[in-house]
Design a protein around this ligand. Sequence first.
Ligand code: AMP
Length: 652
Amino acid sequence: MTFEELGLKSEVLKSLQELGFEAPTPIQEKAIPYLLGENSDFVGLAQTGTGKTAAFGLPLINNIENHAKAPQGLVICPTRELCLQIAKDLEGFSKHLKVAVVAVYGGTDIRRQMTDIKKGASIIVATPGRLMDLINRRAISLAEVEYVVLDEADEMLNMGFKEDIDAILETTPDTKNVWLFSATMPAEVARIAKTYMTDPLEVSIGHKNQSNENIDHIYYVVKEKDRYAAVKRLIDFNPEIYGLIFCRTRQETATVAEKLGKEGYSAEPLHGDLSQVQRDRVMDRFRKKDIQILVATDVAARGLDIDNITHVINYNLPDDIENYTHRSGRTARAGRKGESLVLINTRESGKIRAIEKQMRTTFTLGTVPNAEEICEIQLMKLINKVTTAEVREKDIEKFMPTIMAEFENMSKEEAIKHFVSTEFNRFIEYYERAGDLNASAGKGDDRGMEDRTRRRDRKGDETESGKTRFFVSIGRRDGLNPGGLLRLVCDATGLKSANVGRIDIMTSYSFFEADNDFADNILSKVNGADYEGHSVSIEVTKSKSGGGGNRGGGGGRRDGGSFGGKFQGNRDRAPRNSDGGNRRDGGFGRDRDGGRDRDGGRDRGTRSESGSREDRPRREGSFNRDRAPRRDGGSSAGGSRPRSFGKSFNKK
Ligand code: AMP
């Protein structure tokens, strides 16, 4: 199909030619002819990269009268950056039509924007906050608006613009057409569609990152300190695992692999500090299944192409969402099923949402298995091993009379119990006082804005590993709320709301957290930004590297006095229950919350929704664990995990 066939004016076609647009994209093909019609309420499920701006921009330019006095078109979008981009695109499309496009967004002089509007604007491209400001100052009238475009509607709602959007739409005529674009369709976006549209055409455009349907994405919310213990449970719960654990740093990779090795798991690290020869050797052993679990960095695992990996465990989420696609794509190859398990802490649910959005997939909230579930799985594995063991009649024959004499006074049932118990008791002991590792026990999925602020109530609020915590010079008294802070940061930096973590709004100042990688960008762009007439300054209060060390802790604040003690005191406390505590068993993997089951009776229903247990493919494992050469460095030293779980349980 060509742009000519879509019914656009010759002037618009001419601009397209000059822009080098040769053929419409799928969303343009579907949307443009419809949006050129009279009544055209429309919902487009599409994201950046699909050509959605032209999908609404071309018909908008096409339909607008040249010399109207008041704005006829209104595009609302979440950030300043997007606002500028859309305005620029619209100007490009309207080059031969002289349609006046004015962009209004926060963080800059409002008076100049007011002058621009006064001069005459056919189309306004706006961020919601600034537009509300202009409406309240009566600097703009939306009474003539015929087309309202809501771009990235889900992102706008994430950023807390719900009320603003409702208020803006209330000031537009009932006869308008509403064109809504969103990458996802959460209930709030559906509500907007239902409230402001009549029988809209819905078009959904798949994304290039569409995920492999054979992968189950499951995430577990755990406390930061329980990350490692949770990984062990996931492994124990999947005795046949042939998996990759991804860590963010070399250091973390080495630490996790070493701990697992010491505790009797067949795990080895793969990271950039190893020589090429060492890496080749590890990969080769993994390929041959001499190693059951490879603990790797994203970079080191590049080029690792193995078909039957059953599980990818994300010890941490990668900084870059694209990397998650790569990680999870290591499983479920060649038509097989696979699971990508993700451990997040209570502040990272936004990241899961961002990945869902980009990959157009859904994650299931999993429950870290409890001791009983793991013991059951391991017991069944043991029974299966016993019943399927090859009996070497000839070799055992000569011992049988003595053995039978030993068992003379035991029933068959008793004898079986004894055999099973020799291996199983250690496992039971290991897990007997294990607590519930699910951080959000009883709360269910925690997502979105409310979640960010709810966390304010938490005690012991350490800055999360890999995050920087910022102090912001304005607070509630200055009209700041979590949505406002998100807008401020996202507008200034171009980051998405999902990149911002915990937010704490205090009376006269605030805090927020973001990944360390964004710290420089945030510092340079947000400092000096304007928030509703307040000049904002921010400082790093604290950052934590991935390895857990502090850098810049507490330094550089101007105003340590009033709040420093109160907040800093909490955050600087050393994590409790760290390794090396008073474990009576010499330190093997006993769960670190002191063995108390915090919440034994909580509803565990969520996991079964995923069907992950029942659907888990049965695999004939063939881990040659006992044949695998012991790791150098004496990995058995201090090997305190019951051998049987790591070794004979998993060995066929
Ligand atoms: P968007 O999804 O609107 O952000 O567009 C993504 C990129 O594709 C932008 O750089 C557009 O200029 C470009 N683009 C959109 N539609 C077309 C098309 N039909 N042909 C060529 N480039 C396009």
